[in-house]
Design a protein around this ligand. Structure first.
Ligand SMILES: [Zn+2]
Length: 225
């Protein structure tokens, strides 16, 4: 049966920042994603949003914060006590909620970045002890961004996601978007680059219920452009 609903289409651009394109944590083939994302931004969405990585120096995700640990190695991080307690949790909950964390090069440090007024999504990666790949919330649910509220306020029915990195912040944002059960969610593959070139994230996204759109041409068809 033909679709009769009137969609409200929103675009979410994840972390299109110099450090992820050509900088300290550049994804492979990073510069090649710029033109596709620019083209996608020009399409007639009803609303456009952007997220930004924005860490204080000494962030928990930086290898430099963990002396003796290897770059791109793993460590276990726990919810910061002050935030957990403020959210009604206790010491036992903190101990039980350790997460594996990749140790990245220093990247997207606040003092080194010009603040962009075009970023609408409230930043949630500013706490030195919390890492959040998702633009919606951190994995412990301690810090929630304003993104879900912005999308609901606008009456968004369909959310399209592009940007970097596909296997981290794009993937986790898309999965959180599906969990919100408020809009259909797609990732546009032509507008995404990942840290790993293995492509495992695409199966994970499909399993989570995220739609995959391969090309800008397919996206245009979907948007009736
Ligand atoms: Zn980061």
């Amino acid at each position: 049966m033909a679709e009769t609903r009137t969609p409200v289409n929103a675009l979410l651009v994840i972390d299109m920042q110099v450090d992820f394109i050509t900088g300290s944590l550049a994804v492979p083939d990073g510069p090649s994603v710029i033109d596709p994302v620019k083209e996608i931004i020009q399409l007639p969405f009803h609303a456009r949003y952007a997220s930004k990585d924005w860490h204080p120096p000494g962030h928990i995700s930086f290898a430099s914060t963990h002396p003796g640990k290897a770059l791109f190695g793993l460590t276990t991080i726990h919810p910061p006590q002050r935030l957990a307690i403020a959210n009604g949790q206790n010491v036992q909950w903190i101990a039980e909620h350790g997460l594996e964390q990749v140790l990245w090069p220093d990247h997207c440090i606040q003092a080194r970045l010009a603040h962009s007024s075009s970023t609408l999504c409230k930043r949630i990666r500013t706490d030195p002890g919390v890492e959040s790949y998702s633009a919606f919330q951190d994995p412990w649910g301690l810090l929630i961004s304003n993104l879900e509220g912005l999308l609901r306020e606008k009456g968004v029915t369909d959310l399209y996601i592009v940007g970097v990195a596909g296997d981290h912040c794009v993937k986790e944002s898309a999965i959180d978007a599906v969990k919100a059960c408020a809009w259909k969610t797609w990732v546009v593959r032509e507008g995404v680059r990942s840290v790993s070139t293995e492509g495992k994230e695409w199966d994970t996204l499909k399993s989570a219920g995220v739609g995959i759109i391969d090309t800008i041409s397919d996206l245009k068809t979907r948007l009736c452009v």
